[in-house]
Design a protein around this ligand. Structure first.
Ligand code: UT7
Length: 344
């Protein structure tokens, strides 16, 4: 019997504190008008002092488990996508594992910046399709606000904090990932980087004085790369899945800039209505963004069994990713599991 990896639970968490463009106007030389027209962002969420990537991920993860009617103890693996881990070591995935009580799960972090959630979906699906594991949690979370230079208007207005999670489980249902494309171009790494605090530039008074612990970005160059790479990857992923643009019901993209989404949608010839957008409310939440977007789509009832979803993302690394997923009959899979918990 072929094994597929279906999403059967989803959840997201965004901190309570809202930072609006108007708030930013009072902090630095920018304007609501500039931010809205250049990015589409109206507001973003900022983690409270006692919140971190792992605490936000744990809430999103628990929500995903609740939705799937699954206990944390039944998870085989936790993959946490993040660029802003609580600590360099231990992995944030291990902190999430402890927090939700997933005593039988392996756990590791994945860092491909803004493409992290899509990379995580692909990786989780491989573990399940190969027969190695039955139930995998993918969570993406970021506390980017702690790595921003709040005096640098070219970066700090763009990003926000939050987390998104999904539970994937083995099923014989014809659902889950149909195809994927992952790419990287390390030569572009310096275009988007947090250079300090690693082995190349260990934290020191000099690195702090130079601001090396802050996110640095060449936005213009990333913009062009983003459109080019997502258009190409999405086209390849659709071809691999044997589908065309007309077969796609919902596009779940990385939420960085509404102009990037528009340019990508136009180049791909997809209707704008099929592209899910929430960058206006959250800004760019990097590895969390696709997870939050997917969770919101599902909460809104936009995804029906058999629908084809197209994921597209780009980010630091540089990296890019696209995947096509067929949405499962979630209620049927959950009901079947609850009836005979040990079968698959
Ligand atoms: O997930 C991956 C992360 N990276 C991204 O998603 C970034 C992708 N890039 C972008 O989204 C866009 O390049 C930005 C939104 C970052 C910038 O938009 P842009 O249209 O490429 O603007 P620009 O960088 O060419 O700057 C235009 C002008 C400059 O002024 P001058 O040199 O023309 O006088 C900037 O100094 O806008 C100025 N500017 C601002 N003005 C007001 C830059 N940031 C701001 C700001 N408020 N916050």
């Amino acid at each position: 019997m072929p094994r597929h990896a279906a999403v059967t639970g989803w959840g997201h968490y965004a901190p309570e504190k809202v930072l609006t463009n108007r708030d930013l106007e009072g902090m630095l030389d920018t304007s609501d008008e500039w931010i809205r027209t250049r990015t589409g962002i109206c507001e973003r969420r900022i983690a409270a002092h006692d919140e971190t990537t792992s605490t936000m991920c744990a809430i999103a993860a628990q929500r995903a488990l609740d939705k799937a009617h699954m206990a944390a103890i039944d998870l085989d693996l936790i993959i946490c996508a993040t660029t802003t881990p609580d600590t360099l070591m231990p992995a944030t995935a291990c902190l999430v594992q402890d927090s939700i009580g997933a005593a039988n799960a392996g756990a590791f972090d994945l860092n491909t910046a803004c493409t992290g959630f899509v990379y995580g979906l692909v990786m989780a699906s491989q573990f399940i399709q190969s027969g190695a594991y039955d139930r995998v949690l993918v969570v993406g979370g970021e506390t980017l606000s702690r790595f921003l230079n709040w005096q640098d208007r070219t970066t700090c207005i763009l990003f926000g904090d939050g987390a998104g999670a999904v539970v994937l489980e083995a099923t014989e249902d014809e659902s889950g990932l149909l195809s994927f494309v992952l790419g990287s171009q390390g030569s572009g790494g310096p275009l988007l980087t947090i250079a300090g605090g690693g082995a190349a530039k260990p934290a020191s008074p000099e690195t702090v004085a130079a601001g090396d612990h802050y996110l640095y970005m060449r936005g213009n160059e990333i913009f062009k790369f983003a459109v080019r790479s997502m258009v190409q990857a999405a086209g390849e992923a659709l071809t691999k899945a044997g589908l065309t643009q007309e077969d796609v019901r919902v596009v779940v993209p990385h939420q960085a800039n509404v102009r990037i989404l528009r340019a990508t949608q136009e180049a791909l010839g997809l209707p704008w209505e099929s592209v899910f957008v929430n960058v206006d409310r959250y800004g760019n939440t990097s590895a969390a963004s696709v997870g939050i977007a997917l969770s919101e789509c599902a909460d809104l009832g936009m995804l029906r069994p058999g629908d084809n979803l197209l994921f597209i993302a780009f980010g630091g690394g540089l990296t890019w990713a696209s995947a096509v997923m067929r949405w499962a009959d979630v209620d049927a899979i959950v009901a079947a599991r609850e009836e005979s918990p040990n079968v698959i």
